[in-house]
Each structure stands twice: as structure tokens, then as C-alpha cells.
Design a protein around this ligand. Structure first.
Ligand code: SAM
Length: 393
């Protein structure tokens, strides 16, 4: 993957001042993740511990008047920097998004969609006095009432299993794999930016992020062949961005990140296990499926996607395919070879096995045209999207 042809320009300082230095009508798309103004000493629960949710001084609550004037100012400048067919995406929560919407309307932007990002793994609500907050809103608007905007409709449809993509996007929060170069307290997931950039810009376009933070927008932009301009008032955050940019200089790393970014995290995952006919019968009878875990408990490696797994698909010799929902999504136990033997199985390869329990009463229908050209070793399993299998609902 070649990334060096696409520019990555960082400007350190206050957005409202630095935005003025950009030429008018020069930007194709803007993604902005401005302060939500919600760092007011709130608490949440992380890994079973109570933690303060404050993000930094830049996010401390302003008065309603300040929130309005702040958002109005940067959105005014962005309007003049966008090309006539340009578009802007702004993320927020109820704390700031309605103010942003008001400013957009006053400035003559045309609102195109309100995207709801539904977090598939929200932090629990420890007060138990409200519903758990699990969404963020992203407003998509274009500069002009009259000039059409870019929308790569077909690409979005294709990403969504050939169905029209809706305005609700289910995605997990930012993953550990995205934090290898340092942590930003409000980093956005690359998958979110991948979808936004792919939906509303073209290769070679220039994308601006006036509150760039760790430059998630820039990394997604460059990996997708777009130029990037990012502004942030905090040099430490921009340094994370620079390290992330350096990281994708390595073609293997760029390829890896691009692949993860493209994953559709809301897709149903299945564990495909090729078994011998006898073993398969036994598995169905007992409602369990097992795969090799490693030589010691410590060497167990769970591949990405495992936690999202919902079904087990068993087949032997390309025939008798059966798919079962897991009784508890993504849960498993580790058994020793002895335990498996006590249960009538005869594993050959390792002392420890992952054992999945499924509900053998609920079989799903599966099309007989399933692609079985890929023959796998009996005791290895692959986690694959359900859509890889033709005809499965
Ligand atoms: C919500 S975070 C953006 C995070 C970013 N999307 C990412 O993925 O890392 C907002 C950023 O805006 C920056 N910021 C806040 N007010 C600013 C201002 N007036 N000018 C420039 N940057 C500002 C903060 O330093 C913070 O990094």
C-alpha cells in the first residue's frame, strides 16, 4: 500500500485562527469532532472500576452562549473553505449536537442525514437511573442548498451486503489495536472514518479535520488515497497522529490497518469447524464444538472476531453442513483433553481445547451451494462472516 503520495499536513494551534489561513473553496470534505463540553466531573465504570470521564480542559462545560458562539465561529469559516459541492460531518451527543444543528441551518448548509452511531459495546450506566448511553450522532450536511454533493451510494450498498445502507451504524468503540501510538481520550474508531470518507469523497480529494486530536481522520484519509489537513491546539495529540502516520509508512502495517478498518463489525460471525463425520455427529448430539487451544493455558490465542461469534457451522467432507446458534453469544470454556475424552471425544493435537456450547435444537437452513473449496484441518477453526455462506438468513 503506497501512502506517501497523499499529503498529511498538521497545523498546531487554535482552529478558528488557523482555519482562516486555508484558501477559500479548497476543501472537498470536512470531518469535525469538536469538544462536546461534557467534562464536568461525571463518573463511569471501566473494567469494573469507577473512573472519572473528564477528557481535558478543552472539553469543560461552557455556558450555552459560549457553546453557540464557539460552534458558530468555526462552522462559519469552514463554510467558506469548502468547495461548492463539499460536505461536512460533525459528531456529537445531545450535549452539543442541537447547537451544531442550529448553527448549520443559520449558515445555509443543507442537512443530509443524522447518522446514529450505535456503540456495540457501551460502558455500563452505573447509576442505574437512566438508560445506558450507547449512541453518538453525526450530522452530515453539504455546503450549498443547490449544488449536489458526492455520495458513493453503490459502495455503501456493497458494504452493507447489497442492501441500502441505513442511517444507523452499529460499530464498537475504538479498539486497542488503534492505540498502539498513544492514547487520546476521545479517539474515534478508524472504521467510522473509513465509512464516512468512502461515502462522501473521492480518491485524491482533500479532507480537513479542524479538531484532529490523534488524527484518526488523517490515517483513514491517507489509507484511502485522500489528502489530509488536520488542526489541533494540543501538540501531544498531534504527535500521536504523527506516530500513527509513520506507522503506516510500513506497507505491511498499512495493509493490516486497512483490512481491519474494512471489517464490518456488525456482521454476524460464525465459527467454521471441519470435523470428521463421527465427531460431528457427537458434537451435534452433545451440543458442543471444540477447537485446539494450545499446549498450555497461557498459549491460548483468541483470534479477532471471536467475541462477536454467534453461530457454529459444522461440516464434514463438504457435506452435511449444519449451523447452530451459540446459546450464549461468544462464550466458551477451556477443557483439557481428559475432559473431552470423558465426554466421548478423541482429540489428537493439544492438551487444552476451547469448547463452545450450542443449542442443538435450533438448526438454521443453509444453502447447499456453500463454497467448500477451502479444506481446513479438522481441529482448526476459522471465524468468518455469515455472509460468506450463500443462502443463510
Ligand atoms: C473530541 S477530540 C477529537 C478526537 C479525534 N477525532 C481523534 O480521533 O483523535 C477534540 C480535539 O479538539 C481539540 N481542540 C479543542 N478545542 C480546540 C480549538 N479551539 N482549536 C484546536 N483544537 C481544539 C482538542 O485538543 C481535542 O484533541
Amino acid at each position: 500500500m503506497e501512502t506517501e503520495h497523499f499529503s498529511f499536513t498538521l497545523l498546531h494551534g487554535d482552529s478558528t485562527q488557523l482555519l482562516q489561513t486555508l484558501p477559500d473553496n479548497s476543501i472537498d470534505m470536512i470531518f469535525a469532532d469538536p469538544p462536546y463540553f461534557l467534562s464536568n466531573g461525571g463518573i463511569s465504570c471501566k473494567n469494573g472500576r469507577m473512573v472519572c470521564v473528564d477528557k481535558g480542559d478543552w472539553d469543560k462545560g461552557g455556558t450555552p452562549e459560549h457553546m453557540y458562539s464557539f460552534n458558530k465561529e468555526w462552522l462559519t469559516i469552514c463554510h467558506s473553505k469548502l468547495k461548492n459541492d463539499g460536505a461536512i460531518w460533525i459528531s456529537g451527543t445531545y450535549h452539543n449536537i442541537f447547537v451544531v444543528q442550529r448553527c448549520l441551518k443559520e449558515l445555509g448548509y443543507k442537512i443530509l442525514n443524522y447518522i446514529t452511531w450505535q456503540k456495540s459495546d457501551p460502558a455500563p450506566n452505573i447509576s442505574c437511573r437512566y438508560f445506558t448511553f450507547s449512541t453518538e450522532l453525526i450530522i452530515w450536511a453539504r455546503k450549498s442548498e443547490k449544488v449536489p454533493h458526492v455520495f458513493n451510494y453503490d459502495t455503501m450498498k456493497q458494504l452493507n451486503g447489497n442492501k441500502q445502507m441505513t442511517d444507523v451504524w452499529k460499530m464498537p468503540a475504538v479498539g486497542l489495536w488503534e492505540k498502539s501510538c498513544g492514547k487520546h481520550p476521545t479517539q474515534k474508531p478508524l472504521r467510522l472514518l473509513y465509512r464516512i470518507i468512502l461515502a462522501s469523497s473521492n480518491e485524491g480529494d482533500t479532507i480537513l479535520d479542524p479538531f484532529a486530536g490523534s488524527c484518526t481522520t488523517g490515517i483513514a484519509a491517507n489509507l484511502l488515497g485522500r489528502n489530509f489537513i488536520g488542526i489541533d491546539q494540543c501538540q501531544d495529540y498531534l504527535n500521536i497522529g504523527l506516530r500513527r502516520r509513520n506507522e503506516i509508512e510500513d506497507p505491511a502495517m498499512a495493509e493490516k490497518i486497512l483490512r481491519k478498518m474494512k471489517e464490518n463489525p456488525s456482521e454476524t460471525m460464525v465459527l467454521v469447524n471441519h470435523t470428521k463425520q463421527d465427531t460431528k455427529k457427537l458434537m451435534i448430539e452433545k451440543g458442543i464444538c471444540y477447537l485446539r487451544a494450545g499446549d498450555t493455558k497461557g498459549s491460548l490465542q483468541i483470534t479477532p472476531g471471536f467475541e462477536r461469534m454467534q453461530y457454529v457451522l459444522l461440516h464434514s467432507g463438504g457435506k452435511d453442513i449444519q449451523i447452530f446458534p451459540l446459546t450464549q453469544k461468544g462464550t466458551f470454556q477451556i477443557w483439557t483433553r481428559e475432559t473431552l475424552e470423558q465426554n466421548g471425544f478423541h482429540p489428537e493435537h493439544a492438551p487444552y481445547y476451547i469448547v463452545l456450547h450450542f443449542d442443538n435444537l435450533n438448526e438454521l437452513q443453509i444453502d447447499s451451494k456453500i463454497n467448500l473449496s477451502q479444506r481446513l484441518n479438522t481441529y482448526r477453526a476459522k471465524i468468518r462472516p455469515l455472509s460468506d455462506f450463500i443462502g443463510v438468513n
